[in-house]
Design a protein around this ligand. Structure first.
Ligand SMILES: O=C(O)CCC(=O)C(=O)O
Length: 288
C-alpha cells in the first residue's frame, strides 16, 4: 500500500516514488526473461511485432529499444500487472474499478539509449477523464548519467500542453517547456514511480556504459472511456483488460475538450514520431 504521504505527493506533484517496490529476486527474474526475449534479434532481423531496435547500430547490432506489451505476452510480467500488491496502490489513486491499458519495456541500452522528449502520456490516448497513470519500474539502477526519468512536478493539473504542429500530432510538447524545475527521479533497481497521465516527463539519451531498463504499466479508471480518434483507437485498445472491480457502463467526463492526435501518416512509436518531428523542425528552420 502507499502511505498517506505518498498519496498526497501523487496528487500534489503528479508522481510518487516507492524505493524497493520489487524485491531483488523478482528484478533478477525480469532481467532473465528480457534476455530470453531479446536473444537472437538484430537490427537487420528481429521480431518487429514484439520489439523495436535502436537505430544507431550496425545491421548485426543487438540493442533493443523497446519491448511491446510484455504483460500480455509473458506470464512473468502479467503476474505483476494483476498482483494485489500493485493494484492496491493503483486503487488508492484511481478508485476500485481498474483497466490495464498497455505495458512496455523501455530498454535505454548503454551508449545509444534514445532520448525521450517532454510529453504528457494522455496526449497519446484521449480519454473522457484524467484518471489514468503509469507505473514505471526501474530494472537497473537509474541515475542522470544513464537517463533516469525527469518529471515537472505540479504541472499535471493544468490544461494539456500542445503536442501539435501544423495540425499534426508530434508526440512531444510543441510549446516552450520550462524544464528548470524538473525533478530527476534517480533510484535503485526495483524502484516504482507512480506517475499521473498529465505529468510532463522526459529522459536524456544514455551516454553511459550502464543500461537503464524500465518496465512501464499503464492503468485507467474503468469510467475513463477512450474517445474515438481514428484507426489508432482500435490498435491501442486491443490490450485493454479489466484487472480489478467491475466494468462501468457510464463514462465520466471531466475534460471540456480534447485535442485529437492526428498522425502524420501510419501509426509509429513515440521514438520515431519524436524523431520525425525534430527532423521536420530542422528542415522548417533551414527553409525559413
Ligand atoms: O523511458 C523513459 O525514460 C520514458 C518513458 C516514456 O515516457 C514513455 O515511453 O512514454
Amino acid at each position: 500500500m502507499l502511505s498517506p504521504e505518498q498519496v498526497r505527493q501523487y496528487h500534489t506533484y503528479g508522481f510518487t516514488v516507492c524505493n524497493g517496490f520489487l524485491p531483488e529476486g523478482e528484478v533478477d527474474r525480469f532481467r532473465e526473461e528480457i534476455d530470453g526475449i531479446c536473444a537472437g534479434n538484430t537490427l537487420a532481423s528481429h521480431d518487429s511485432t514484439l520489439m523495436e531496435m535502436e537505430p544507431a547500430q550496425t545491421p548485426e547490432g543487438t540493442r533493443v529499444r523497446r519491448i511491446y506489451q510484455p504483460c500480455h505476452h509473458f506470464p512473468e510480467f502479467g503476474r505483476l500487472s494483476h498482483s494485489d500488491r500493485l493494484l492496491d496502490c493503483v486503487e488508492q489513486l484511481l478508485g476500485p474499478d481498474l483497466l490495464i491499458q498497455y505495458s512496455k519495456i523501455n530498454m535505454k541500452p548503454a551508449d545509444v539509449g534514445s532520448v525521450v522528449e517532454w510529453h504528457q502520456d494522455l496526449s497519446y490516448y484521449p480519454l473522457t477523464n484524467r484518471d489514468s497513470l503509469a507505473v514505471l519500474f526501474y530494472l537497473d539502477d537509474a541515475s542522470q548519467s544513464n537517463g533516469c526519468l525527469k518529471i515537472i512536478p505540479g504541472r499535471h493539473t493544468g490544461p494539456l500542453l500542445s503536442h501539435t504542429r501544423d495540425g499534426l500530432f508530434q508526440g512531444r510538447v510543441t510549446e516552450p517547456v520550462d524544464g528548470s524545475g524538473a525533478v530527476p527521479v534517480e533510484g535503485g533497481a526495483g524502484t516504482a514511480i507512480f506517475m499521473h497521465c498529465m505529468a510532463p516527463h522526459a529522459s536524456a539519451p544514455n551516454t553511459s556504459s550502464h543500461q537503464r531498463r524500465t518496465l512501464i504499466l499503464s492503468y485507467r479508471a474503468a469510467d475513463a472511456f477512450r474517445i474515438y480518434d481514428g484507426e489508432n483507437t482500435a490498435t491501442s485498445e486491443v490490450f485493454v483488460r479489466l484487472v480489478r472491480g467491475r466494468h462501468r457502463s457510464v463514462a465520466r467526463f471531466t475534460m471540456d475538450e480534447f485535442p485529437i492526435p492526428t498522425y502524420p501518416g501510419k501509426f509509429v512509436s513515440l521514438y520515431d514520431l519524436q524523431d520525425k518531428s525534430r527532423q521536420s523542425e530542422v528542415q522548417q528552420e533551414s527553409v525559413g
